[in-house]
Each structure stands twice: as C-alpha cells, then as structure tokens.
Design a protein around this ligand. Structure first.
Ligand SMILES: C[S@@+](CC[C@H](N)C(=O)[O-])C[C@H]1O[C@@H](n2cnc3c(N)ncnc32)[C@H](O)[C@@H]1O
Length: 327
C-alpha cells in the first residue's frame, strides 16, 4: 500500500527515512501544493486532492522517475473527482486489530472523520489517521444509544461537508449492524457510499474455538439469528431453527437465552444439543462456556461478564469439545 503521508508531508518534503520514491515525488508535490493552494480554499480539500494525486497514477509516474508534468496533470484530474465527500461503511471485525481487512486499514488512514460504535476495539481506532476527528455513537449520556436516525443524518451531513467519513462498525456492517439503513440513507441523500465487509462475530467465534460452522457430516446449514426482542418477544421461526443438521449462531442473545432455549425445545430441538457461549470471541479476552443447550443456558447468568457474547448451537460444538478432551 502506498499512501501519501508515508513518503511526503503536506509541505512536499520527503518524510524522514523514505527512499527514492519520496525524493522523486518531492518536486511533484511542490508544484502540486502551489496549484492546489490557489484552487482549493480549505486544508481538508487540499489534503484530499493531494491524496488523490499522490496515491494514484501521478505517484506511480513520479516514483518511476517520469516527467512530473504529466503526473501533475493527472493529479489535477484526480483531485477534481474526489472533492465531494463519501461514506465508507467499514466492518471493524470482532475487536482484534489484526482481524481488520487491508482495505479497512487503508480507509482509516485516509479518513477525515471516524464515526464508531461501542464494539469497535481501541486498537482498531488507533489506526485512524492521526488528524481524523473521532465521533462516538455507541452510547451517549444516560447509557442510551444514539438513535439510528441521528447517526444516518450525521454521516450524510459530514459527507456533504466534503469529508471522507469512515463509519466503523463492529464485525460486519451488514450482519446485525444496521448497515443497510445507513446505506439507504446515503443513497436517498445522493451521497456516495461504499461497504467494506468485516469478520463477523460468528466467524471469529467459530475460528477461535475450533467449532466449524458447517461440517460434511454434522451441519449442512448455518443460520445467523438475533436474540434481540421487540416488545419483549423473540420474533424467531423456531420450527426452522430447530431442524437437525444445522448450526445456529445467535447474536445479542445473552439476556434472552432462557426464552430462546424454551422456544427451540418446544419446536423439537433436544435440550442436550451441544452448545457453546463465546464471550469477546476472537480477542485476547475471549472466554468460552461449553456444554449442552440446557447446561449453557442454566450457567450463563453467573458465568457471563459484560462482554459481547454469541451462542453457537449444534453438533459441531460437540466436535470441538471431543477434540479438546482428547488433546
Ligand atoms: C449489534 S450486534 C453487531 C454484530 C456485528 N455487526 C457482527 O457482524 O459481528 C452485537 C452482537 O454481536 C455479537 N458480538 C460482537 N462481537 C462479538 C465478539 N467479539 N464475541 C462474541 N460476540 C460478539 C454479540 O452477540 C453482540 O451482542
């Protein structure tokens, strides 16, 4: 990844310790800086146009030692196309910094503002551009989430101000992340929006516990379900969830585990079906409670601390346990 600040600063000087690319890029940046200052009023717009110029074909030409003039013309074109704001809905993964995608890392390094959730890991946030504004929307005063409508309005407004907005969400934006609503809000407002997938909790928990979500003999279907209630009720198709030969991954279910178990058992799933509750999966602080659907649900209230947790139910959970005992 070549990124503007890695080899030049805004004055056009090569950054300390950079090699030939920076030295050759410096005259280009000098010329670019003068023209950009004349054409663009704000520092943010100038930085963006510099990024566009110095991370694209212009930088390639400069680093290749080709005429800076040709590169500069290209830089101007690039700058003109990138002056409007954009929203990137970025999946931050389960919390572990090294489970971030390379694309997410690049966008964080280019962000003007990062709007982030409660589940985004500290280490991930530290990867944002040093000067980027950070806006926390996970919990506000009195421990209430910022309403979704306000978050939608916020990211649209920031993009309309010409900013590059990274809307950072735990896991994947499109898995119980309300990313769909934010994408719709951007589209309705005519704001460009890109979605960058992240490692969702079910994948991280499965990998970190050795519980495969699918298995040739034990699970030919995997279902992601939410344990979140509306009007105090679980709106789940228990008959479908109780079918054999599948793995169930339940998000946001810690407080409704008993109701979930009762619904599944009433629909025919044996209470002795293997299960695991994974707290802070995929991070250094991961904890796992293994057992059956019944035993896990019974022990969870005492066992669970306050971290995000995911319930995995299905024969695949027994496989991991058998392997663990054998080891
Ligand atoms: C609002 S949902 C967000 C899901 C997220 N978009 C994703 O793709 O993982 C929050 C729920 O995700 C689950 N979750 C998120 N991170 C987790 C982690 N590291 N370990 C276990 N569960 C996690 C928990 O069930 C939590 O209540």
């Amino acid at each position: 990844m070549r990124h503007f600040p890695a080899f030049l600063d805004l004055t056009g000087r090569a950054a300390p310790g950079v090699g030939e690319g920076g030295t050759r890029g410096a005259p280009l940046a000098d010329r670019f800086k003068a023209a950009a200052r004349a054409a663009l009023p704000g520092l943010a717009a100038r930085r963006r146009s510099a990024d566009a110029a110095l991370t694209g074909p212009a930088a390639d030409l400069a680093i290749a030692g080709r005429a800076a003039g040709a590169a500069f013309a290209d830089a101007r074109r690039g700058a003109e196309t990138r002056l409007t704001g954009v929203v990137h809905l970025v999946g931050a993964g389960p919390g572990a910094t090294d489970l971030l995608t390379l694309r997410a890392l690049r966008l964080l390094g280019e962000a003007d503002v990062v709007v982030y959730d409660r589940l985004v890991g500290e280490g991930v946030l530290d990867l944002a551009r040093r000067g980027a504004e950070r806006v926390f929307v996970g919990k506000a005063r009195a421990n209430h989430c910022v309403p979704q409508g306000e978050i939608n309005a916020l990211i649209v407004r920031l993009a309309r101000e010409g900013k590059r907005v990274v809307r950072l969400k735990g896991g994947d934006p499109f898995v119980f992340g309300r990313g769909g609503e934010e994408l719709e809000a951007c589209r309705a407002a005519g704001v460009a929006c890109e979605v960058v997938p992240g490692v969702t909790a079910a994948l991280a928990c499965a990998a970190a516990t050795g519980i495969p979500l699918t298995h040739r003999d034990r699970a030919r279907t995997v279902t992601f379900a939410t344990g979140h209630t509306r009007d105090g009720r679980l709106y789940l198709d228990f008959a479908a969830l109780a079918r054999p030969g599948q793995t169930l991954a339940v998000y946001m279910g810690v407080t409704t585990l008993a109701a979930l178990r009762d619904g599944l058992v009433a629909a025919g799933l044996p209470a002795g079906t293997p299960a695991a509750l994974v707290e802070r999966g995929g991070t250094d602080a991961q904890r796992v409670l293994r057992g059956t659907l019944n035993s896990v649900v019974a022990r969870a209230p005492v066992w669970h601390t306050c971290g995000p947790a995911l319930l995995l139910v299905g024969d695949v959970a027994a496989q991991a346990e058998e392997e663990r005992l054998a080891a």
